[in-house]
Design a protein. Structure first.
Length: 188
């Protein structure tokens, strides 16, 4: 059993593993992750998909923003909350220096309209547990999302770990996608 106070140590370990990946390895792995995401039947079925603007250490999903026939949205941080906006305009740095839609030029998306979420994290397990960066933004947002929305953890293979601590408010993933393949976690 992993103790809850070990989350900080787990985050340090995860950041070290990510730091060991070369830019070329990240680029190649990101391309394969995008290909695998688009191969999921849930991707084809979802009319509205939540992506994210990657930090340098995360899988880059930005090329998926040009997917035809889909409503694509990106997160924006406002205080302690996350909101998703249509990804129709250029992005700008937000309060955490992450690229995000401008709220005045990108309409807000109702959480219940999003049928598929791609969710970054520092570590994941094969059973769908996720270790985020510590702010709780995704967990708070997912509490108000449609209960049948597909949650897909997106990471590099090096981020898969055997176990993670989970709290009552933590959401598990239905799938985890890495450059090595797709891991079905949920019962759907």
């Amino acid at each position: 059993m992993i103790r809850m106070d070990s989350k900080a140590a787990l985050r340090l370990q995860a950041r070290a593993r990510l730091g060991a990946l070369s830019p070329a390895a990240r680029t190649a792995a990101s391309a394969e992750i995008r290909r695998l995401l688009q191969a999921l039947p849930a991707w084809a079925a979802a009319p509205t998909i939540a992506l994210y603007a990657a930090q340098p250490s995360e899988p880059n999903l930005t090329p998926l923003l040009s997917t035809p026939g889909k409503t694509l949205c990106l997160p924006r941080v406002s205080g302690q909350t996350l909101a998703f906006h249509h990804s129709t305009t250029p992005l700008q740095p937000g309060p955490w220096n992450l690229l995000e839609p401008h709220p005045d030029h990108s309409p807000l998306v109702d959480p219940s309209d999003i049928k598929l979420f791609t969710i970054p994290g520092l570590a994941f397990t094969k059973s769908g547990a996720r270790l985020g960066r510590g702010g709780g933004f995704y967990d708070r947002f997912l509490a108000q999302a449609h209960p049948k929305a597909m949650k897909i953890g997106v990471c590099f293979e090096t981020q898969i770990v055997p176990a993670l601590p989970m709290e009552d408010h933590d959401h598990t993933m239905d799938w985890v996608v890495t450059e090595s393949g797709m891991i079905r976690c949920g019962d759907f």
